[in-house]
Design a protein around this ligand. Sequence first.
Ligand SMILES: C[S@@+](CC[C@H](N)C(=O)[O-])C[C@H]1O[C@@H](n2cnc3c(N)ncnc32)[C@H](O)[C@@H]1O
Length: 326
Amino acid sequence: MPQGVKSPNLSAPKPFQCSPAKRLRRFLQAYWLRPENALWMALRSEVLSPYDLQHPSIDLACGDGVFSFLHCGGEFDPAFDVFTCVDRLDRMRDEHSDIFDCDGDQYRPTIQARPPDTIDVGTDLKTNLLTKARRLDLYDRLVRHDNNQVLPFDADSFQTVYCNAAYWVENIDGFLTEIGRITRPGGRIILQVKLDSMARYTLEAHRHLLGDRFLSIIGRGRIETWPTLADRRTWERRFTDAGLDVQTATPFVTRTHAHLWDVGLRPIAPLLVRMANALTPSTRADIKRDWVDLLTSLLEPLCKPTLDLFDQPDEPAEIQYVLRPR
Ligand SMILES: C[S@@+](CC[C@H](N)C(=O)[O-])C[C@H]1O[C@@H](n2cnc3c(N)ncnc32)[C@H](O)[C@@H]1O
């Protein structure tokens, strides 16, 4: 290493570690009314946990930052969860509305413990989500940015680039090339990407038995709104074309997890949120505590990245790729 250049390893804190059950409980506490999302996020966090987010680091499409806050070891007061500040509950089902994309001025997440380290930059398309993320004091800088456009950062700016939302980007080849450009030589890119197998891990094949109304309530059309789902081979070809070498590929959401998520509590989530938010704070806290205890016990056996209850192997629904610019 040239003299005077500090190894990123010397200053990097260890990634936050905890047991899978504790990790699941942390995500359930924040996302209790969507336990299937909490399970997915706990799996994401689990496979991400061996990697420290060496500085300078960026979280592309960070949303409200709650995933990364919890992943990095932050803790909220039990009274806080992401459902305390939502909007457009009435439009959630029919218009796939993002209930978390609300005016963050009233948003006051009560933080019990900050993560031991910060992330240098977070970006997202939605201003409201960035306003919420700002309240976490996790990101040193937040930038509104559409990932279909050229990234507003110099070449070789980041040692760690993380993104779990590449499936939203229409210009995926341009986005991957841009990620390679902003990553330092020897830096690490961690992408958690969804596969098009998700389109099969639904009840669509049983439409003749279940009917149109059933599938519409469950949420048909969600998956079709993600422009860049692809199979494993296509993702890896995209990486090669963008000048990125695959270091590791870790499948971590199986067909079983994807089927659970496909049904989940999504259809009744707007009603659950309304009901929970109409309770007195102490009743809400009581019910939430028992709910989180129950769901932790119920989902813990499923919270394993490779768990699949089907007999024959099939494609995963999400893979974590660790990549390096060539
Ligand atoms: C499922 S959320 C994930 C957010 C966050 N990474 C997390 O784990 O909670 C997907 C995020 O992608 C953002 N997004 C969607 N399209 C985008 C685009 N074209 N450019 C930047 N962000 C985008 C959304 O605003 C949303 O915050």
